[in-house]
Write a protein that binds this ligand. Sequence first.
Ligand SMILES: Nc1nc2c(ncn2[C@@H]2O[C@H](COP(=O)(O)OP(=O)(O)OP(=O)(O)O)[C@@H](O)[C@H]2O)c(=O)[nH]1
Ligand SMILES: [Mg+2]
Length: 402
Amino acid sequence: MAAIFHDSNGLMLSWFRRKKTDAPIPVPEAVQPEVLVPAPTDQVLEVPAPAPEVSATEVPALEASVLEPQAADPADSTPAPTSVEPLPEPSRPDPASPGKPGWRQRITSILTRDIAELFGRNPILDDALLDDIETALITADVGVTASTQLVESLRKRMKAREFADAKALLAALRSELLALLRPVTVPLQIDASKKPFVLLTIGVNGVGKTTTIGKLARRYKDEGRSLMLAAGDTFRAAAVAQLQAWGERNGVAVVAQGQNADAASVAFDALQAARARGTDVLIADTAGRLHTQGGLMDELAKVARVLRKLDGEAPHEVLMVIDGTTGQNAINQVRKFNEKIPVTGLVVTKLDGTAKGGVVFALAREFGIPIRYAGIGERPEDLRVFDAEAFVDALLPESLGG
Ligand SMILES: Nc1nc2c(ncn2[C@@H]2O[C@H](COP(=O)(O)OP(=O)(O)OP(=O)(O)O)[C@@H](O)[C@H]2O)c(=O)[nH]1
Ligand SMILES: [Mg+2]
């Protein structure tokens, strides 16, 4: 159930606890803040930092933008949040879930099909074969520059008679693809000395930011970290409700101010609250925006600036979420967002939903920004730490070489 309470800063928090089907509804104690803040009694709670000097234009007063509990006033004319799509159910045991084989079963790319077709014909090693490989790579969104470079390297090696047969050529292609991804295969390390470690998620509309936050909440919770989420997408009431639903599912507190609040103010509140509670990780959501919308892009820089008023190093990770089905447009998106706020990590989502997947290579080649996670489905467990080998293996299984 969700409880709404105010902390010492007058900030409204909703705290969700996992439903236990037969347990009585714990109404009275759920609103006791001391129950909701599970700090050991012998541990001194971090005193909230004194309010920094932030200009009124940058951080609006909290009272002005606090989300009212939905049940507070039935006569309130504010429209109720629009309906939120039901969250995907956690999976039943599924062969696609555990370990690396999950990648192969979820990622079904035309690259696999095209290369299988080429190599299934037991081809002779000639320029025509290399041209066909290049076409297959470009078709799968690897990008013209990366594809040309890859194939030129193979051509040189072929001319030097390095490959005894097609199988050897395919092995070389696999290892070249892997070499492209290795430098960006750098998992996100949560620095435990940062309390909280602040993750800011950014990206264009509908790429999977909020879903990724939900999945991350699940992951970090399972790792035993304490968490808080900030509902920084204040454009739509449904966006706040969507994050709260993920919070409820994972038993994680969500700081929200409701629709039309200032996103930077929500982030600021949340960081203050997370600090006061000694929370390990704070993940802030933001509204989707097009990289071409100048004003909205400036808002992201403002969110980071306001966070830095409390913690000079925050956000510790700026996680840009990319829809893997976007194709080459992803390059432009990253370039534009990175100009506004330096991106420190990428999440590529919907790799299960794209027939291509090659944009991962194009991104790696173009920016060298670490790819932290891959989204391979809609369920909470469908977020994987990016694994270059598993990814290349999913696209080009060794068996394709015959
Ligand atoms: N198949 C698949 N669907 C995904 C994945 N990640 C997210 N989605 C779906 O993508 C849709 C959009 O996800 P959201 O998390 O709402 O995207 P968002 O970036 O927060 O969207 P805005 O807040 O509107 O900008 C939802 O239907 C998700 O279930 C993924 O890895 N695979
Ligand atoms: Mg969202």
